[in-house]
Design a protein around this ligand. Sequence first.
Ligand SMILES: [Cu+2]
Length: 399
Amino acid sequence: MQELSGYPAVGKVRVYDIEAISLPIVYNRFGDHDPNGLMYVLKKDSQRIRRKAKALFSLPVPQPCEEVQPLVIRANVGDTVQINFENKLDRRASIHVTGLSYNVTNSDGANVGYNPDTTTDRFISYIWKAEKEGVFLFSDMADTRGSEQGTNVHGLFGAIIVEAAGSYWLSPVTGKPIDSGLFADIYNPARASFREYAVFFHDELEILNKDNEQPVDPHTGLQSGTTAISYRSEPMRNRLPLDHHANEADTGEDISMSSWAYGDPAPPVLRAYVGDPSEIRLIHGGVKETHVFHLHNHQWRLEGGNQNSTIIDSISISPQECYTLDILYGAGSFNKMIGDAFFHCHLYPHFHEGMWTLWRVFDRLQDGTGVYSDGSVIQALMPLQPPLGIQSPQGENIT
Ligand SMILES: [Cu+2]
């Protein structure tokens, strides 16, 4: 008799060709940047993104490149993940995953004790087993220093998200399958579809302003640090000088963080239609400080899926930790809020130094033809659909 409770997760081998590259990373439209940025990128995207990033960096005020973002790849429970890693840096590098199973003698991405050295200055393959759902950080273990000489502060980290067996993931903008990306719409024949948002916290960056100088806070005249979400940062030091009423400083959250007044913040804005089931995959990519992720208007259970678990709206996250936040009642929460909900690090210096952005909840269809009040185009957002069974909308078989 068939064991119904033990539905087999029939996995497949997913192959990702990943490079580590160096490029300038621009953290916001004000030109704050790390000239020595590092990132993991899919090989097929590498040259295009690097070219675009360099062109935008060479503008009089360097501008961010949308595609420069921490690499997020996905797999399903039961899959084997093969990482073909090509190191394009002039230093040894690796990819070490935290939380998935692998053979420590060939896939650790580290050089530890008597184990074989699985860092590389050229090429190496790693095999990971996706055995449980969740979000898992990967990072460079060839250089573990947290200083500016190390690789972490310059951005060399990413994540793999393991979905339920049988899931597939589509672009929220185009509805087409994607190979990587911070945001995805997740479909599964046996589950409700949901919006998925990877959010990386990252701290104590090595940032120069548009004039290649250490940024200074206009209020204090002191040097200003920079904290980031997903390679972007919106420090208040840049917004304050835009205020037309300097003597009536907009210090309240309702104005100082308003996109009506100042435009959207640099870190990626999460987007949904009201009521969309939503999961935030929160990742601490840095190695220095603990942060407190706080999301306005929404809550989740400390232990997702456990009806007795405490309901919270903030969570402390330490370096290298990851959490899945399964948002109760979906986007807009029980009160069906529409508009922008802030989220930020609740340590106020970090908040002030750029660690905040928005979750934008729409109440009507955005098909790419709408415009905001300043005339900028509202990017399309595909409505979540019921799952389509074993084929994606493009007709591909899903396993
Ligand atoms: Cu913080």
